[in-house]
Design a protein around this ligand. Structure first.
Ligand SMILES: CC/C=C\C/C=C\C/C=C\C=C\CC(=O)SCCNC(=O)CCNC(=O)[C@H](O)C(C)(C)COP(=O)(O)OP(=O)(O)OC[C@H]1O[C@@H](n2cnc3c(N)ncnc32)[C@H](O)[C@@H]1OP(=O)(O)O
Length: 264
């Protein structure tokens, strides 16, 4: 595992990004050859609900970007009013155990990939972002959100217990106290409320404004060594990933989750 951690940022320095663009059905990836900024756009109408296929494509997109020399990546949505509606409810309704296992693993893997990228990441949240949508944005390093939408981990309102790595992601962003209040009540914050508690870092007038602000975030690292930056990020986020990825508790929890899903 350690070798993976140390090899990746070095290898990206030798790869060019110029003129890169790739579009699959559910995710579009483009890299601006002037700025070196990648934009990963979810495009699964009507609400970008996260099913297995979308998660696999998202994970692949962020992993591939690790082998390109990019300045940073922005995660956003092609939809007018929705960033992501969170997990696809249909994936959780009477699934086959194999599908449930693959789905749950793809969610976990995607979260780990985005949470742990060697390059900086920003979520340009251009619409509602409940539950799993909020989780994706929390995996990024910075959040810019368009006004008058909602965001939060509202699982308790749905009668669901948010997995502990959802909780850890929230606690990595806002205070323990605010996380407790938010998660126990299943609170969905309006953009300005989310800004006040630090759940989002900046607000924006519209998607273009959000993208512009997201791009500006990356310039903070112009004079920063990318390897030192990444290792520092790992120092701060590593423990959370370790808990999320490896522990016995996680495996038990996944079994429990799948068991719950297959019985509903
Ligand atoms: C039941 C599970 C039980 C146990 C599982 C055990 C463990 C799981 C652990 C944790 C999981 C947590 C995280 C999650 O992400 S759960 C999903 C939470 N998501 C939500 O609460 C969002 C629900 N959706 C909305 O609030 C709204 O749809 C909206 C704000 C995103 C958009 O509102 P609009 O008014 O613009 O659009 P709608 O008319 O409401 O929706 C359009 C269309 O999309 C369908 N849809 C909406 N959300 C989902 C979804 N999450 N999955 C699948 N489909 C979704 C909606 O039904 C409409 O479809 P039709 O047009 O009616 O066909």
């Amino acid at each position: 595992m350690a070798s993976k951690i140390f090899v990746r940022p070095i290898s990206i320095a030798f790869n060019a990004f110029r003129n890169y663009s790739s579009s699959s059905k559910l995710v579009d990836v483009s890299i601006n050859d002037k700025t070196g900024i990648a934009t990963v756009t979810m495009q699964r109408p009507p609400v970008n609900s996260l099913n297995y296929e979308l998660l696999i494509e998202l994970n692949g997109a962020f992993q591939d970007l690790g082998s390109k020399k990019i300045k940073g990546a922005i995660l956003t949505s092609s939809l007018k009013t929705i960033f992501s509606a969170g997990l696809d409810i249909l994936e959780m309704y009477k699934p086959k155990p194999e599908r449930a296992n693959a789905f749950w693993t793809s969610l976990q893997d995607t979260w780990i990939t985005i949470f742990n990228t060697p390059y900086p990441t920003v979520a340009a949240i251009n619409g509602h972002s409940p539950a799993g949508g909020c989780l994706l944005s929390l995996a990024c390093e910075y959040r810019v959100m368009v006004n008058n939408y909602t965001i939060g981990l509202n699982e308790t309102k749905l009668g669901i217990v948010a997995p502990f790595w959802f909780v850890a992601s929230m606690k990595n962003t806002i205070s323990n106290r605010e996380s407790e209040l938010a998660l126990t009540s299943g609170r969905l914050y309006k953009t300005d409320e989310a800004f006040k508690v630090g759940l989002v870092d900046e607000t924006a007038e519209n998607k273009e404004d959000a993208l512009a602000k997201a791009e500006k975030f990356f310039s903070r690292f112009d004079a920063v060594n990318p390897i030192a930056r990444f290792l520092t990020k790992q120092e701060l986020r590593g423990k959370i990933v370790k808990v999320g990825r490896k522990t016995f508790i996680y495996k038990i929890f996944r079994k429990f989750q799948i068991c719950m899903m297959t019985r509903i």
